[in-house]
Design a protein around this ligand. Structure first.
Ligand code: TUI
Length: 315
């Protein structure tokens, strides 16, 4: 069985962490992943702070296993959510899209294990010095907000730089990618895109179908000119967004207003004009299945690959 030091630290059976997908990662998905032996996450990007509180309370009813909350630091209510997790006694927090420095002391005092998503060695070292329990090194293969470096290069450089456990993320949807992440120095993997197709994932069926139909070239990164690049499926929405960015006559305000609410529309309504955030590994997601089947396929599959690697590649 695949095990690593992060399992003991977080109290989980398998070193698999679910991505904290905005508008998507709710109590249903988080509890299913946690009940399957991984670490489920609830996203703070939802219909407001109280809706996040409700999901946390629901999740406590649905599982007695550890779970966490992912905080999107660029969200206007990030400060409120930062205090909410303390109030609700959440034990694990992952952060994304910025530096968690302003909240680290409060969370450490509350005994919360903090696991920031970082996109560079510099930020990994900074959050380690601030007391982070682990880091998630997320490459630009991932869906949603992306950094510059990709998993193949980011992960080993972060693993060399820090002493705390490193969770590899970005482009991990099947057992070969999970095994590769362990070889690159990861103590665990974070998976988002594949969990979009989990039975327990509450995303609109159109979203799941688009993921299952996706191929290797189905995603695009838009938003670079606005300073927050986002990977999503190629749809009329994202292609129009890209064209607006390339047109010097379109202002950033016009582009921003075009994009506002697009993710929620895709997630909740399956609107063809919505933003379907997804990673490059969408092309590897073939079916809708229970979260448990995904966790077990990833971990048992990676174990088999790692066992067979020595006879396959070594004389
Ligand atoms: O945060 C993510 N992925 C996301 S957030 C999100 S919500 C959203 N909704 C609508 C439009 C745009 C976004 C969707 N997907 N992943 C974690 C992540 N964090 N990726 C990259 C980073 C990151 C980048 C820079 C983390 C830290 C960082 O530091 C900057 C600094 O302060 O040095």
């Amino acid at each position: 069985m695949i095990k690593s030091r992060i399992c003991g630290i977080l109290g989980i059976r398998y070193p698999v962490i679910q991505g904290g997908m905005a508008w998507i990662a709710d109590a249903s998905l988080a509890s299913a992943v946690s009940n399957a032996g991984g670490l489920g996450l609830i996203s703070s990007v939802n219909a407001g702070t109280e809706a996040v509180r409700d999901e946390i309370r629901k999740c406590k009813e649905l599982t007695d296993k550890p779970f966490g909350v992912n905080i999107m630091l660029q969200a206007p209510n990030a400060g409120e959510i930062a205090r909410l997790v303390v109030e609700e006694g959440v034990k694990i927090v992952t952060t994304g899209a910025g530096s968690p420095a302003p909240y680290m002391e409060m969370w450490k005092e509350a005994g919360i294990k903090v696991i920031p998503v970082i996109a560079s060695v510099a930020l990994a070292l900074k959050v380690q010095a601030l007391g982070a329990t682990a880091v998630i090194a997320e490459g630009a293969e991932s869906g949603g907000h992306v950094g510059e470096l990709h998993t193949m290069t980011l992960l080993p450089q972060v693993a060399d730089a820090v002493d705390i456990p490193v969770i590899g993320a970005g482009g991990i949807a099947d057992p070969r990618e999970a095994a590769a992440a362990f070889i690159l120095g990861a103590d665990a993997v974070q998976v988002g895109t594949r969990f979009l197709a989990a039975e327990e994932c509450s995303v609109h069926m159109n979203y799941k179908e688009r993921i299952i139909k996706a191929t290797d070239i189905s995603t695009i990164v838009t938003g670079k000119t606005l300073g927050h690049p986002v990977r999503s499926l190629k749809t009329p929405f994202s292609m129009t967004f890209a064209k607006m960015e390339a047109n010097p006559e379109v202002t950033s305000e016009e582009i921003l207003s075009f994009g506002t609410g697009a993710l929620r529309k895709a997630v909740k309504e399956g609107d063809p004009d919505g933003s379907y955030m997804a990673g490059e590994s969408s092309g590897l997601v073939k079916r809708i299945e229970p979260a448990r089947a995904i966790v077990e396929d990833l971990m048992l599959g990676a174990e088999k690959i790692l066992r067979e690697a020595s006879s396959k590649y070594l004389e």
